[in-house]
Design a protein around this ligand. Sequence first.
Ligand SMILES: Nc1ncnc2c1ncn2[C@@H]1O[C@H](COP(=O)(O)OP(=O)(O)OP(=O)(O)O)[C@@H](O)[C@H]1O
Length: 590
Amino acid sequence: MKLPAPRLVSAAIAVALLILPFSGLMPDYWITLFNYIGISSLVAIGLVLLTGVGGMTSFGQAAFVGFGAYTTGVLTVYYGISPWLTLPASILVTMVAALAVGAITVRLSGHYLPLGTIAWGIAFFYLFGNLSWLGAHDGLPGIPALKIGDYALIAPRDYFVVVWIAVVLAVIATQNLLSGRVGRAVRALRRSTRAAEAFGVNTAGAKLMVFVYAAMLAGLAGWLYAHFQRSVSPGPFGITAGTEYLLMAVLGGAGRVYGAILGAAGITFLRDQLQDWLPRLLGHTGNFEIIAFGAVLVLLLQTAPGGLWPILFGPPPAPKLPPPDEGDRLPTRALPAPGTKLLQADQARKSFGGLVAVNDVNFEVDSGRIIGLIGPNGAGKSTTFNLITGVLPLTSGRIAFEGHPLQAQTPQRAATLGLGRTFQHVEIVADMSVIENVALGAHLRGRAGVLRAILRLDRAEEALLLDSAMRALARVGLADVAYEPAGTLALGQLRLVEVARALCLEPVLLLLDEPAAGLRVGEKKALAKLLREVRSEGMSVLLVEHDMDFVMSLADRLVVLDFGTKIAEGAPVAIRQDPAVLEAYLGGVS
Ligand SMILES: Nc1ncnc2c1ncn2[C@@H]1O[C@H](COP(=O)(O)OP(=O)(O)OP(=O)(O)O)[C@@H](O)[C@H]1O
């Protein structure tokens, strides 16, 4: 049986937490523990975004807590500045440090990225411990308590309010960020960087943004920690603490914001109990809880890699917003007049070492036409697609789109110019709803950035983006599965989701890589009808397809490649009779 909806449970827990510390029933010791849980939750929420959502595993987050803590420590102890004024300074210093470290770190991929975070995590720990003006390994004592007027927030009960207000604000801000246009792009990054880039997402920028956001939350945690502890020393900002924060995010559910609080509570309680019980059981003291944490992590990764939150509460709900007012639409793109020269490939060549995958190919695509790009396996069709869409650079030759040379093309620029594509091997974010996958296609048609999302000022635009996604889904006949997780759909449906996503870009040229593969007969007919419709609206289509009946019945013109070389071009009727094509591709069957 499923527990009640997360919101209900979290509301009940929140109310209980609000009442208990002030009821007199909870001893100070436990309230203190809850304060540490709150402070750790802030770091873990950042890690949810960074690691769970953005896919960047960081062991070094404790160092950013250190930046926040030492900044306020130095400013309050040496310069006597009010702690409330040092809050922005703590966050700003952490932000600057994160920008510097992140600019290098987020470029790393695979296991180099976590290794990189370990490296700077250790480096900052030793830096804090060796700078004499930071008190070296002894740290900085005498940090003042937070005060409201003359009232110092020293009692755990008082500090509880400050900590949990910060946690609630961080949860709201992070949820808001994730539910908008930028958040969708970040969520797409981990599963499909190629898809995100193909629809205009600046992946390096999005990764850096997440990195800095997570560090700022850690900086806030550091500020809270310093004024609660009223002293700072390097110990809590080292790699052990960094690993614990990561464990919190993984335990709760690395992709879920509320999971961060659950994980922080789980690990903090566990550490507290283990530090109590293990020395008694083993007869001497030591950091034995680290061994237990290691065991928990291994067990968790084997049995519940998604963490506890999804097990308890299932997948996150798909976003539903009230539809925009009648007639309210995203701005549309003006399509060129039918017959205008759109795409021109002139002696386009791509070599992979000694292999010439595309061999000085020439062809043109006019607006309002469907052009089929066909050829046997390995003929160079997908490579040609990748040259046009900026995934691969040309070795020589020229490709121009609406007069713009595409030599220094990136996938993001291709999307900006109006090139919308699907992939030969579907690139879908499986754990995101179908409608959000499709809305990713409209990324460039929205403007809302991080701040607007956090402040929830993006709702009107978000409603338009989701409305546009719903319309595209309706066009491909998948409106009824809009709110399902995309991973639950069959391959044929996923291909149609990709078509809908590409349509959501409002492309000038739609590039479809084997869209009919895996489709049933009825679905193929519906897709053919849709492609004729978009052609009549003035859109052009470049279609790579192995299903000859499908492509012959649709295309105005065919370009035939074999071993990277163009061997024929013309109307489908002529191509059917072309001896070179029959020989190379159709195997003599007309
Ligand atoms: N990144 C790469 N590195 C090296 N060789 C590659 C690369 N990508 C493609 N090739 C080679 O280039 C040639 C053309 O491949 P491409 O995928 O473009 O063919 P295709 O016509 O799309 O084939 P299919 O219909 O099987 O998808 C093949 O010989 C392939 O092995």
